[in-house]
Design a protein. Structure first.
Length: 476
Protein backbone atom coordinates (compact mmCIF):
# COMPACT_ATOMS: atom_id res chain seq x y z
CA UNK A 1 0.00 0.00 0.00
CA UNK A 2 2.91 2.38 0.78
CA UNK A 3 4.27 1.72 -2.69
CA UNK A 4 0.93 2.56 -4.29
CA UNK A 5 0.63 5.78 -2.26
CA UNK A 6 4.13 6.79 -3.31
CA UNK A 7 3.25 6.33 -6.97
CA UNK A 8 -0.07 8.11 -6.54
CA UNK A 9 1.46 11.15 -4.80
CA UNK A 10 4.29 11.39 -7.33
CA UNK A 11 1.99 11.16 -10.32
CA UNK A 12 -0.54 13.55 -8.76
CA UNK A 13 2.19 16.18 -8.39
CA UNK A 14 3.12 15.68 -12.01
CA UNK A 15 -0.52 15.92 -13.07
CA UNK A 16 -0.98 19.13 -11.09
CA UNK A 17 1.98 20.68 -12.82
CA UNK A 18 0.65 19.73 -16.21
CA UNK A 19 -2.84 21.07 -15.58
CA UNK A 20 -1.42 24.48 -14.68
CA UNK A 21 0.14 24.87 -18.11
CA UNK A 22 -3.04 25.93 -19.86
CA UNK A 23 -6.43 24.74 -21.07
CA UNK A 24 -6.02 24.43 -24.82
CA UNK A 25 -7.08 21.75 -27.24
CA UNK A 26 -4.15 20.50 -29.28
CA UNK A 27 -4.19 18.18 -32.25
CA UNK A 28 -1.35 15.69 -32.11
CA UNK A 29 -1.29 13.90 -35.44
CA UNK A 30 -2.09 10.76 -33.46
CA UNK A 31 -5.42 9.04 -32.72
CA UNK A 32 -6.02 11.43 -29.82
CA UNK A 33 -6.11 15.11 -29.01
CA UNK A 34 -4.94 16.92 -25.88
CA UNK A 35 -7.73 18.81 -24.11
CA UNK A 36 -6.93 20.82 -20.98
CA UNK A 37 -3.68 18.86 -20.68
CA UNK A 38 -5.51 15.53 -20.75
CA UNK A 39 -5.17 13.03 -23.58
CA UNK A 40 -8.57 12.28 -25.11
CA UNK A 41 -9.35 9.57 -27.65
CA UNK A 42 -12.44 9.87 -29.85
CA UNK A 43 -15.57 8.08 -28.61
CA UNK A 44 -17.89 7.32 -31.54
CA UNK A 45 -21.62 7.50 -30.90
CA UNK A 46 -23.74 4.38 -31.10
CA UNK A 47 -25.30 4.33 -34.55
CA UNK A 48 -29.04 4.00 -35.10
CA UNK A 49 -30.24 0.42 -34.81
CA UNK A 50 -27.21 -0.69 -32.80
CA UNK A 51 -28.14 -2.02 -29.35
CA UNK A 52 -26.19 -2.41 -26.13
CA UNK A 53 -25.12 -5.92 -25.14
CA UNK A 54 -24.81 -5.18 -21.43
CA UNK A 55 -26.27 -8.21 -19.60
CA UNK A 56 -26.84 -9.70 -23.04
CA UNK A 57 -28.03 -13.28 -23.41
CA UNK A 58 -29.23 -15.51 -26.23
CA UNK A 59 -31.54 -18.52 -26.35
CA UNK A 60 -29.99 -21.61 -24.75
CA UNK A 61 -27.67 -23.59 -27.01
CA UNK A 62 -28.16 -27.20 -25.93
CA UNK A 63 -25.06 -28.50 -27.69
CA UNK A 64 -22.31 -25.94 -28.26
CA UNK A 65 -20.47 -26.57 -31.53
CA UNK A 66 -17.00 -25.02 -31.59
CA UNK A 67 -14.44 -24.09 -34.22
CA UNK A 68 -10.90 -23.42 -32.99
CA UNK A 69 -8.50 -21.02 -34.71
CA UNK A 70 -4.86 -21.13 -33.63
CA UNK A 71 -3.29 -24.39 -32.46
CA UNK A 72 0.14 -23.27 -31.34
CA UNK A 73 0.90 -22.62 -27.68
CA UNK A 74 -2.62 -22.25 -26.22
CA UNK A 75 -5.02 -23.78 -28.72
CA UNK A 76 -4.37 -27.52 -28.23
CA UNK A 77 -4.98 -27.31 -24.49
CA UNK A 78 -8.21 -25.40 -25.12
CA UNK A 79 -9.45 -28.16 -27.42
CA UNK A 80 -8.53 -30.77 -24.83
CA UNK A 81 -10.34 -28.93 -22.02
CA UNK A 82 -13.52 -28.66 -24.04
CA UNK A 83 -13.64 -32.43 -24.51
CA UNK A 84 -14.33 -32.78 -20.76
CA UNK A 85 -17.49 -30.66 -20.91
CA UNK A 86 -20.82 -32.31 -21.62
CA UNK A 87 -22.72 -31.42 -24.82
CA UNK A 88 -19.79 -29.79 -26.59
CA UNK A 89 -18.72 -30.74 -30.12
CA UNK A 90 -15.39 -29.85 -31.71
CA UNK A 91 -16.51 -29.25 -35.29
CA UNK A 92 -13.50 -27.58 -36.93
CA UNK A 93 -9.80 -26.90 -36.38
CA UNK A 94 -7.66 -24.27 -38.07
CA UNK A 95 -4.03 -23.19 -37.95
CA UNK A 96 -1.61 -21.52 -40.29
CA UNK A 97 0.38 -24.78 -40.28
CA UNK A 98 -1.52 -27.96 -41.29
CA UNK A 99 0.74 -30.17 -39.17
CA UNK A 100 -0.57 -28.46 -36.04
CA UNK A 101 -4.12 -29.33 -37.03
CA UNK A 102 -3.15 -32.95 -37.51
CA UNK A 103 -1.38 -32.96 -34.15
CA UNK A 104 -4.61 -32.00 -32.36
CA UNK A 105 -6.63 -34.49 -34.38
CA UNK A 106 -4.34 -37.35 -33.34
CA UNK A 107 -3.30 -36.37 -29.83
CA UNK A 108 -6.59 -34.98 -28.57
CA UNK A 109 -9.63 -36.06 -30.55
CA UNK A 110 -8.54 -39.52 -31.71
CA UNK A 111 -7.08 -40.38 -28.30
CA UNK A 112 -10.49 -39.69 -26.78
CA UNK A 113 -12.27 -41.65 -29.54
CA UNK A 114 -13.97 -38.47 -30.74
CA UNK A 115 -14.80 -37.74 -34.39
CA UNK A 116 -12.14 -35.95 -36.41
CA UNK A 117 -12.95 -32.29 -36.95
CA UNK A 118 -13.02 -30.46 -40.27
CA UNK A 119 -9.55 -29.12 -41.09
CA UNK A 120 -8.45 -25.69 -42.29
CA UNK A 121 -5.00 -24.18 -42.71
CA UNK A 122 -3.09 -21.47 -44.54
CA UNK A 123 -3.57 -17.70 -44.55
CA UNK A 124 -7.30 -17.73 -45.32
CA UNK A 125 -8.49 -21.02 -43.83
CA UNK A 126 -9.95 -19.30 -40.77
CA UNK A 127 -12.46 -17.46 -42.94
CA UNK A 128 -13.83 -20.75 -44.28
CA UNK A 129 -14.18 -22.00 -40.72
CA UNK A 130 -16.18 -18.91 -39.74
CA UNK A 131 -18.46 -19.36 -42.74
CA UNK A 132 -19.62 -22.84 -41.69
CA UNK A 133 -23.26 -23.12 -40.68
CA UNK A 134 -22.68 -25.84 -38.07
CA UNK A 135 -20.62 -23.75 -35.61
CA UNK A 136 -21.99 -21.74 -32.68
CA UNK A 137 -18.74 -20.51 -31.14
CA UNK A 138 -15.39 -19.54 -32.65
CA UNK A 139 -12.52 -19.89 -30.16
CA UNK A 140 -9.48 -17.79 -31.14
CA UNK A 141 -5.95 -18.53 -29.85
CA UNK A 142 -3.75 -16.77 -32.39
CA UNK A 143 -1.18 -13.99 -32.25
CA UNK A 144 -2.57 -10.67 -31.00
CA UNK A 145 -2.76 -8.86 -34.35
CA UNK A 146 -5.26 -11.40 -35.68
CA UNK A 147 -7.64 -11.33 -32.71
CA UNK A 148 -9.87 -8.49 -33.89
CA UNK A 149 -10.05 -9.31 -37.63
CA UNK A 150 -11.00 -12.89 -36.81
CA UNK A 151 -13.45 -11.99 -34.04
CA UNK A 152 -15.17 -9.40 -36.20
CA UNK A 153 -15.43 -11.74 -39.18
CA UNK A 154 -16.82 -14.54 -36.99
CA UNK A 155 -19.50 -12.30 -35.44
CA UNK A 156 -20.45 -10.96 -38.85
CA UNK A 157 -21.02 -14.56 -39.89
CA UNK A 158 -23.35 -15.23 -36.99
CA UNK A 159 -20.93 -16.81 -34.53
CA UNK A 160 -20.30 -16.07 -30.87
CA UNK A 161 -16.64 -15.46 -30.11
CA UNK A 162 -14.17 -16.34 -27.38
CA UNK A 163 -10.80 -14.67 -27.95
CA UNK A 164 -7.51 -14.90 -26.12
CA UNK A 165 -5.93 -11.97 -24.28
CA UNK A 166 -5.57 -9.16 -25.09
CA UNK A 167 -8.69 -9.11 -27.22
CA UNK A 168 -7.51 -5.95 -29.01
CA UNK A 169 -4.32 -3.91 -29.25
CA UNK A 170 -5.63 -0.41 -30.01
CA UNK A 171 -8.54 1.85 -29.11
CA UNK A 172 -9.80 1.62 -32.67
CA UNK A 173 -9.84 -2.18 -32.43
CA UNK A 174 -11.63 -2.04 -29.07
CA UNK A 175 -14.40 0.03 -30.62
CA UNK A 176 -14.57 -2.41 -33.53
CA UNK A 177 -15.26 -5.30 -31.17
CA UNK A 178 -17.88 -3.33 -29.25
CA UNK A 179 -19.67 -2.06 -32.34
CA UNK A 180 -19.75 -5.37 -34.18
CA UNK A 181 -20.95 -7.23 -31.06
CA UNK A 182 -23.75 -4.67 -30.71
CA UNK A 183 -24.60 -4.70 -34.42
CA UNK A 184 -24.69 -8.49 -34.71
CA UNK A 185 -26.02 -9.14 -31.19
CA UNK A 186 -23.37 -11.78 -30.62
CA UNK A 187 -21.30 -12.61 -27.56
CA UNK A 188 -17.64 -11.59 -27.62
CA UNK A 189 -15.80 -12.83 -24.53
CA UNK A 190 -12.13 -12.30 -23.87
CA UNK A 191 -10.59 -15.40 -22.30
CA UNK A 192 -9.20 -13.77 -19.15
CA UNK A 193 -8.40 -16.90 -17.21
CA UNK A 194 -7.02 -15.18 -14.09
CA UNK A 195 -10.56 -14.18 -13.12
CA UNK A 196 -11.06 -17.90 -12.40
CA UNK A 197 -8.01 -18.45 -10.20
CA UNK A 198 -9.20 -20.17 -7.01
CA UNK A 199 -7.76 -17.47 -4.73
CA UNK A 200 -9.11 -14.59 -6.82
CA UNK A 201 -12.58 -16.13 -6.85
CA UNK A 202 -12.45 -16.65 -3.09
CA UNK A 203 -11.44 -13.01 -2.59
CA UNK A 204 -14.27 -11.87 -4.86
CA UNK A 205 -16.69 -13.88 -2.74
CA UNK A 206 -15.23 -12.44 0.47
CA UNK A 207 -15.47 -8.91 -0.91
CA UNK A 208 -19.09 -9.43 -1.92
CA UNK A 209 -19.82 -10.67 1.60
CA UNK A 210 -18.31 -7.50 3.05
CA UNK A 211 -15.25 -8.93 4.79
CA UNK A 212 -12.97 -6.21 3.40
CA UNK A 213 -15.47 -3.41 4.01
CA UNK A 214 -15.48 -1.11 0.99
CA UNK A 215 -12.67 -2.04 -1.38
CA UNK A 216 -10.97 1.25 -2.29
CA UNK A 217 -7.79 0.11 -4.03
CA UNK A 218 -6.64 -2.86 -6.09
CA UNK A 219 -3.35 -3.93 -7.59
CA UNK A 220 -2.52 -6.28 -10.44
CA UNK A 221 0.47 -7.10 -12.58
CA UNK A 222 2.05 -9.26 -15.21
CA UNK A 223 5.59 -9.81 -13.98
CA UNK A 224 6.94 -12.85 -15.80
CA UNK A 225 10.45 -13.14 -17.17
CA UNK A 226 9.79 -14.54 -20.66
CA UNK A 227 13.45 -15.06 -21.53
CA UNK A 228 13.07 -18.87 -21.75
CA UNK A 229 9.94 -18.59 -23.91
CA UNK A 230 10.47 -15.90 -26.58
CA UNK A 231 11.64 -18.39 -29.20
CA UNK A 232 8.41 -20.38 -28.98
CA UNK A 233 6.23 -17.61 -30.42
CA UNK A 234 5.63 -18.42 -34.10
CA UNK A 235 7.60 -16.00 -36.27
CA UNK A 236 8.76 -14.11 -33.16
CA UNK A 237 5.46 -12.20 -33.17
CA UNK A 238 5.32 -11.33 -29.47
CA UNK A 239 8.79 -9.81 -29.18
CA UNK A 240 8.17 -7.96 -32.46
CA UNK A 241 4.98 -6.45 -31.03
CA UNK A 242 6.77 -5.28 -27.89
CA UNK A 243 9.61 -3.91 -30.01
CA UNK A 244 7.11 -1.60 -31.72
CA UNK A 245 4.83 -0.67 -28.79
CA UNK A 246 5.41 1.08 -25.50
CA UNK A 247 3.02 0.85 -22.55
CA UNK A 248 1.46 -1.98 -20.58
CA UNK A 249 0.75 -4.24 -23.52
CA UNK A 250 -0.45 -7.17 -21.36
CA UNK A 251 -2.56 -5.69 -18.59
CA UNK A 252 -5.55 -8.00 -18.56
CA UNK A 253 -4.29 -10.72 -16.17
CA UNK A 254 -3.74 -8.21 -13.38
CA UNK A 255 -6.63 -5.90 -14.20
CA UNK A 256 -9.52 -8.29 -14.83
CA UNK A 257 -9.98 -9.78 -11.34
CA UNK A 258 -9.65 -6.33 -9.72
CA UNK A 259 -12.28 -4.85 -12.05
CA UNK A 260 -14.76 -7.55 -11.07
CA UNK A 261 -14.32 -6.72 -7.38
CA UNK A 262 -14.70 -2.98 -8.11
CA UNK A 263 -17.86 -3.52 -10.24
CA UNK A 264 -16.35 -1.81 -13.27
CA UNK A 265 -19.10 -0.88 -15.77
CA UNK A 266 -21.52 -2.35 -13.29
CA UNK A 267 -21.89 0.70 -11.06
CA UNK A 268 -18.43 2.26 -11.42
CA UNK A 269 -16.09 2.94 -14.32
CA UNK A 270 -12.42 3.64 -14.92
CA UNK A 271 -12.11 7.35 -15.76
CA UNK A 272 -8.46 8.17 -16.35
CA UNK A 273 -4.95 6.78 -16.03
CA UNK A 274 -1.35 7.94 -15.80
CA UNK A 275 1.59 5.75 -16.76
CA UNK A 276 5.38 5.74 -16.70
CA UNK A 277 8.04 3.29 -17.82
CA UNK A 278 11.75 2.74 -17.40
CA UNK A 279 14.16 2.72 -20.33
CA UNK A 280 14.37 -0.46 -22.36
CA UNK A 281 17.64 -2.14 -21.43
CA UNK A 282 17.02 -5.88 -21.44
CA UNK A 283 14.34 -5.51 -24.08
CA UNK A 284 16.75 -3.72 -26.38
CA UNK A 285 19.35 -6.46 -25.88
CA UNK A 286 16.75 -9.09 -26.74
CA UNK A 287 15.76 -7.23 -29.89
CA UNK A 288 19.36 -7.01 -31.02
CA UNK A 289 19.96 -10.69 -30.33
CA UNK A 290 16.75 -12.10 -31.79
CA UNK A 291 15.69 -9.52 -34.38
CA UNK A 292 18.93 -7.69 -35.20
CA UNK A 293 17.34 -4.29 -34.56
CA UNK A 294 18.67 -1.48 -32.37
CA UNK A 295 15.42 0.05 -31.10
CA UNK A 296 12.86 -1.25 -28.62
CA UNK A 297 9.79 0.76 -27.61
CA UNK A 298 8.62 -1.23 -24.59
CA UNK A 299 10.24 -0.22 -21.30
CA UNK A 300 11.57 -2.98 -19.08
CA UNK A 301 9.18 -1.91 -16.28
CA UNK A 302 5.88 -0.09 -16.76
CA UNK A 303 3.69 1.27 -13.96
CA UNK A 304 0.14 2.56 -14.44
CA UNK A 305 -2.34 4.15 -12.03
CA UNK A 306 -6.07 4.27 -12.78
CA UNK A 307 -8.76 6.36 -11.06
CA UNK A 308 -12.42 5.33 -11.12
CA UNK A 309 -15.57 7.45 -11.14
CA UNK A 310 -16.07 6.68 -7.44
CA UNK A 311 -12.52 7.74 -6.61
CA UNK A 312 -11.05 4.27 -6.23
CA UNK A 313 -7.59 3.45 -7.54
CA UNK A 314 -5.91 0.59 -9.39
CA UNK A 315 -2.15 0.05 -9.70
CA UNK A 316 -0.82 -2.05 -12.60
CA UNK A 317 2.71 -3.25 -13.35
CA UNK A 318 4.23 -4.92 -16.42
CA UNK A 319 7.66 -6.52 -16.69
CA UNK A 320 8.57 -9.48 -18.91
CA UNK A 321 12.29 -8.75 -19.23
CA UNK A 322 14.14 -8.83 -15.91
CA UNK A 323 14.83 -11.66 -13.44
CA UNK A 324 11.95 -11.66 -10.96
CA UNK A 325 9.65 -14.30 -9.49
CA UNK A 326 6.35 -14.67 -11.32
CA UNK A 327 3.91 -12.15 -9.86
CA UNK A 328 0.39 -10.95 -10.68
CA UNK A 329 0.28 -8.93 -7.43
CA UNK A 330 -3.49 -9.23 -6.89
CA UNK A 331 -4.03 -7.01 -3.90
CA UNK A 332 -7.29 -5.69 -2.50
CA UNK A 333 -7.28 -2.90 0.06
CA UNK A 334 -10.57 -2.32 1.85
CA UNK A 335 -11.72 -0.18 4.74
CA UNK A 336 -11.98 -3.30 6.92
CA UNK A 337 -9.42 -5.68 5.48
CA UNK A 338 -6.75 -6.62 2.97
CA UNK A 339 -6.03 -9.54 0.62
CA UNK A 340 -2.78 -10.38 -1.15
CA UNK A 341 -1.78 -13.23 -3.48
CA UNK A 342 1.85 -12.54 -4.46
CA UNK A 343 4.47 -12.99 -3.12
CA UNK A 344 2.68 -13.99 0.11
CA UNK A 345 -0.88 -15.29 -0.02
CA UNK A 346 -2.84 -14.06 2.94
CA UNK A 347 -5.32 -11.72 4.60
CA UNK A 348 -5.41 -8.98 7.20
CA UNK A 349 -8.88 -8.52 8.69
CA UNK A 350 -10.76 -6.97 11.55
CA UNK A 351 -11.89 -9.80 13.79
CA UNK A 352 -15.41 -8.50 14.25
CA UNK A 353 -16.08 -9.03 10.53
CA UNK A 354 -15.22 -12.72 10.65
CA UNK A 355 -17.90 -15.40 10.92
CA UNK A 356 -18.97 -16.19 14.46
CA UNK A 357 -16.77 -18.82 16.08
CA UNK A 358 -13.90 -18.54 13.59
CA UNK A 359 -11.81 -16.48 16.04
CA UNK A 360 -12.57 -17.02 19.75
CA UNK A 361 -10.80 -13.81 20.78
CA UNK A 362 -11.08 -11.04 18.20
CA UNK A 363 -8.82 -8.79 20.24
CA UNK A 364 -5.84 -11.04 19.55
CA UNK A 365 -5.90 -10.34 15.81
CA UNK A 366 -3.06 -8.06 14.73
CA UNK A 367 -4.17 -5.42 12.22
CA UNK A 368 -0.51 -5.02 11.20
CA UNK A 369 0.07 -8.65 10.24
CA UNK A 370 -1.42 -11.60 8.41
CA UNK A 371 -4.17 -13.61 10.04
CA UNK A 372 -2.80 -16.91 11.42
CA UNK A 373 -2.60 -19.88 9.07
CA UNK A 374 -5.55 -21.71 10.64
CA UNK A 375 -7.80 -18.67 10.15
CA UNK A 376 -6.60 -18.25 6.58
CA UNK A 377 -7.40 -21.92 5.92
CA UNK A 378 -10.86 -21.47 7.44
CA UNK A 379 -11.51 -18.39 5.29
CA UNK A 380 -10.46 -20.22 2.13
CA UNK A 381 -12.88 -23.02 3.03
CA UNK A 382 -15.85 -20.96 4.23
CA UNK A 383 -15.63 -18.45 1.37
CA UNK A 384 -14.63 -20.83 -1.39
CA UNK A 385 -16.62 -19.56 -4.35
CA UNK A 386 -19.66 -21.77 -5.10
CA UNK A 387 -18.49 -22.19 -8.70
CA UNK A 388 -15.11 -23.46 -7.51
CA UNK A 389 -16.77 -25.76 -4.99
CA UNK A 390 -18.91 -27.22 -7.78
CA UNK A 391 -16.17 -27.95 -10.28
CA UNK A 392 -12.87 -27.84 -8.35
CA UNK A 393 -11.92 -31.52 -8.48
CA UNK A 394 -12.54 -31.86 -12.21
CA UNK A 395 -10.76 -28.55 -12.84
CA UNK A 396 -7.66 -29.79 -11.03
CA UNK A 397 -7.79 -33.07 -12.95
CA UNK A 398 -8.09 -31.38 -16.34
CA UNK A 399 -5.59 -28.66 -15.48
CA UNK A 400 -4.73 -25.49 -17.32
CA UNK A 401 -2.86 -23.13 -14.99
CA UNK A 402 -3.93 -25.20 -12.01
CA UNK A 403 -7.53 -25.51 -13.16
CA UNK A 404 -8.56 -21.92 -13.73
CA UNK A 405 -8.51 -22.35 -17.52
CA UNK A 406 -10.99 -25.19 -17.24
CA UNK A 407 -13.31 -23.20 -14.97
CA UNK A 408 -13.20 -20.39 -17.54
CA UNK A 409 -14.24 -22.74 -20.35
CA UNK A 410 -16.80 -24.47 -18.16
CA UNK A 411 -18.44 -21.15 -17.31
CA UNK A 412 -18.46 -20.05 -20.95
CA UNK A 413 -20.26 -23.22 -22.01
CA UNK A 414 -22.57 -23.21 -18.97
CA UNK A 415 -23.78 -19.70 -19.79
CA UNK A 416 -24.31 -20.49 -23.48
CA UNK A 417 -26.16 -23.71 -22.70
CA UNK A 418 -28.42 -21.98 -20.18
CA UNK A 419 -29.06 -18.75 -22.08
CA UNK A 420 -27.28 -16.56 -19.51
CA UNK A 421 -25.10 -13.44 -19.76
CA UNK A 422 -21.42 -14.40 -19.97
CA UNK A 423 -19.09 -13.66 -17.06
CA UNK A 424 -17.05 -11.32 -19.26
CA UNK A 425 -18.72 -9.23 -21.95
CA UNK A 426 -17.33 -7.26 -24.86
CA UNK A 427 -17.07 -4.13 -22.69
CA UNK A 428 -14.75 -6.00 -20.32
CA UNK A 429 -12.70 -7.06 -23.33
CA UNK A 430 -12.39 -3.46 -24.51
CA UNK A 431 -11.79 -1.90 -21.08
CA UNK A 432 -9.09 -4.35 -20.07
CA UNK A 433 -7.39 -4.40 -23.49
CA UNK A 434 -7.35 -0.64 -24.06
CA UNK A 435 -4.74 -0.12 -21.32
CA UNK A 436 -2.02 -0.88 -23.87
CA UNK A 437 -2.53 2.13 -26.13
CA UNK A 438 -3.76 4.43 -23.34
CA UNK A 439 -0.68 3.80 -21.19
CA UNK A 440 1.58 4.26 -24.21
CA UNK A 441 0.00 7.67 -24.88
CA UNK A 442 0.59 8.71 -21.27
CA UNK A 443 4.21 7.54 -21.36
CA UNK A 444 4.88 9.34 -24.63
CA UNK A 445 3.59 12.57 -23.05
CA UNK A 446 5.61 12.44 -19.81
CA UNK A 447 2.92 10.81 -17.69
CA UNK A 448 0.05 13.02 -18.85
CA UNK A 449 -3.42 11.87 -17.71
CA UNK A 450 -5.41 9.93 -20.30
CA UNK A 451 -9.21 9.90 -20.30
CA UNK A 452 -10.49 6.35 -20.56
CA UNK A 453 -13.19 5.77 -23.18
CA UNK A 454 -16.62 4.71 -21.97
CA UNK A 455 -17.22 1.70 -24.17
CA UNK A 456 -20.69 1.22 -22.65
CA UNK A 457 -21.67 4.70 -23.85
CA UNK A 458 -23.20 5.63 -20.51
CA UNK A 459 -24.74 2.26 -19.66
CA UNK A 460 -22.23 1.49 -16.88
CA UNK A 461 -24.68 2.84 -14.30
CA UNK A 462 -27.46 0.42 -15.25
CA UNK A 463 -26.15 -2.71 -13.49
CA UNK A 464 -25.69 -2.79 -9.73
CA UNK A 465 -22.58 -4.85 -9.11
CA UNK A 466 -20.79 -7.77 -10.77
CA UNK A 467 -22.28 -11.24 -10.38
CA UNK A 468 -21.79 -14.61 -12.05
CA UNK A 469 -25.08 -15.53 -13.71
CA UNK A 470 -26.64 -18.82 -12.62
CA UNK A 471 -29.58 -20.86 -13.80
CA UNK A 472 -32.73 -20.36 -11.76
CA UNK A 473 -34.00 -23.58 -10.21
CA UNK A 474 -37.77 -23.89 -10.31
CA UNK A 475 -39.80 -26.09 -7.99
CA UNK A 476 -43.34 -27.35 -8.39
Amino acid sequence: MKKALFYLITLSILTLGLTQCGSNTKETGKPYSIVDNTIVFDEPERIEGQKSVLQFSVDPIDTVRIGFIGLGMRGPDAVNRMTYIKDVEVKALCDLLPERVENVQKNVLEKKSLPRAAEYSGEEGWKELCQRDDIDLVYICTDWKNHVPMAVYAMQHGKHVAVEVPAATSIEECWQLVDVAEQTQRHCMMLENCCYDFFEMTCLNMAQHGLFGEVIHGEGAYIHNLEPFWEYYQGNWRLAFNQEHSGDVYATHGLGPVCQVLDIHRGDRMEYLVSMSTPSINGKKLAKKMMNVDTFANGDMTTTLIKTNKGKTILLEHNVYTPRPYNRLYQLTGTEGFANKYPIEGFTLKGENLPEGMVPDHEKLDYHDWVPQHIKDSLLTVYKHPIVAEIEELAKEVGGHGGMDFIMDYRLIYCLQNGLPLDQDVYDAAEWSCIGELSAASIENNGMPVKMPDFTRGDWKKVNGFQFATKKITTD
